[in-house]
Design a protein around this ligand. Structure first.
Ligand SMILES: NC(=O)C1=CN([C@@H]2O[C@H](COP(=O)(O)OP(=O)(O)OC[C@H]3O[C@@H](n4cnc5c(N)ncnc54)[C@H](OP(=O)(O)O)[C@@H]3O)[C@@H](O)[C@H]2O)C=CC1
Ligand SMILES: CC(C)(CO)C(=O)C(=O)O
Length: 311
């Protein structure tokens, strides 16, 4: 059976890992000592609209890793990427496939440098949150995972990975254009983060005020222009659908980075927003809203860092 290692048992790793464990896949979570203690004491607790469940997950810490796994789901945030890859070293062999859940695309090169040819492209979708008591809450509309070889190839490891991940609780799709899918999700996450973090409200809050829809439209236009100029244009129908989503009245939607702001946690501003703003600059595109959101979130991150400094 495919040996699966989930790096991180936070919102996404905990949810997808729990679904795989429930389906009797051979799943181990690589966690740090504090999370290991919490999970040993309280179990891995997941709450969805259908109810709550508790699992006793198989855990390992970095010093306990004893050899390669077949498949690694990398579910740490961007700020923990380098350290996570370092910890992961004993678990990656010549045949290990790594599936990263991170938004954006810069991590692909970082992983490839450390573990050449191991990484698959991936788009993870779920609205999940690790709450302060260590449980994970998941909101509708459900979860999915799209994976693919970066060169679009149809390899045996891709087929094996998809088969190992094909369980109840999330959809799995294989794509021969995974980089484009990653760019398009990046457009979505950067747009909704820009809208909600600058305006300090949900998508519905912004759509409800005068000027809100125009602001949301403009944020989408900036992000989509970068994707297009980078070689991944949004098809017209996808653009129109995104436009409807980001201007939808009554929408309670808020991306994970806005939830991070509300909960006073550091955001992935450099990886998700600043990187796209830099791409805009390289491509000679103007992106004033993206740049404003970058500054807004850098200030937030600085406040969080200052607050956690002793004295
Ligand atoms: N949340 C969401 O709805 C979605 C998030 N994403 C993306 O997925 C990624 C993960 O997000 P999310 O799951 O929300 O993040 P969380 O913060 O909820 O979970 C990340 C987990 O990684 C753990 N971790 C960090 N470093 C290590 C390490 N070296 N070894 C083991 N565990 C480690 C942290 O544990 P600790 O610090 O306690 O040790 C934490 O529990 C992000 O890039 C995000 O953008 C994508 C789709 C949806
Ligand atoms: C947009 C969403 C919820 C999709 O899974 C996401 O990736 C995030 O909020 O970080």
């Amino acid at each position: 059976m495919t040996r699966i290692l989930i790096v991180g048992a936070g919102a996404t790793g905990g949810y997808f890992g729990a679904r795989l464990a429930r389906a009797a896949r051979d799943v181990t979570f690589l966690v740090r000592p504090r999370r290991a203690a919490e999970l040993r004491a309280d179990g891995l607790r997941i709450t969805t609209l259908e109810g709550s469940e508790r699992l006793e997950p198989k855990l390992v810490t970095a010093t306990e890793l004893d050899g390669p796994y077949d498949l690694v789901l990398l579910t740490v945030k961007a700020g923990s990427l380098e350290a996570g890859l370092q910890d992961l070293k004993p678990a990656v062999g010549p045949r290990t496939a790594i599936v990263p859940f991170l938004n954006g695309i810069d991590h692909l090169d970082v992983i490839d440098t450390q573990f050449p040819s191991a990484v698959l492209g991936a788009v993870a979708k779920v609205a999940a949150q690790l709450i302060p008591d260590g449980a994970i809450t998941v909101s509708p509309p459900g979860a999915s995972l799209e994976i693919g070889e970066l060169d679009g190839g149809h390899t045996a490891r891709l087929r094996d990975t998809a088969a190992a991940l094909d369980v109840a609780g999330f959809d799995v799709q294989v794509s021969d254009r995974i980089l484009t899918s990653m760019w398009h999700k990046w457009v979505f996450i950067a747009t909704t983060t820009t809208i909600t973090c600058i305006a300090q409200g949900t998508i519905g809050d912004v759509a409800a005020v005068s000027g809100g829809k125009g602001f949301a439209d403009a944020a989408l236009a900036e992000a989509a222009a970068v994707s297009g100029a980078a070689g991944h244009p949004l098809p017209d129908a996808a653009y129109v659908a995104l436009q409807a989503t980001v201007t939808q009245e009554g929408s309670p939607f808020a991306p994970s980075m806005y939830r991070d702001v509300l909960d006073v946690r550091p955001t992935e501003v450099e990886h998700v927003l600043a990187s796209l703003a830099r791409a805009a600059k390289r491509l000679d595109l103007s992106a004033p809203l993206l740049n404003a959101a970058v500054v807004r979130l850098r200030v937030h991150n600085q406040r969080v860092a200052n607050a956690s400094r002793p004295g």
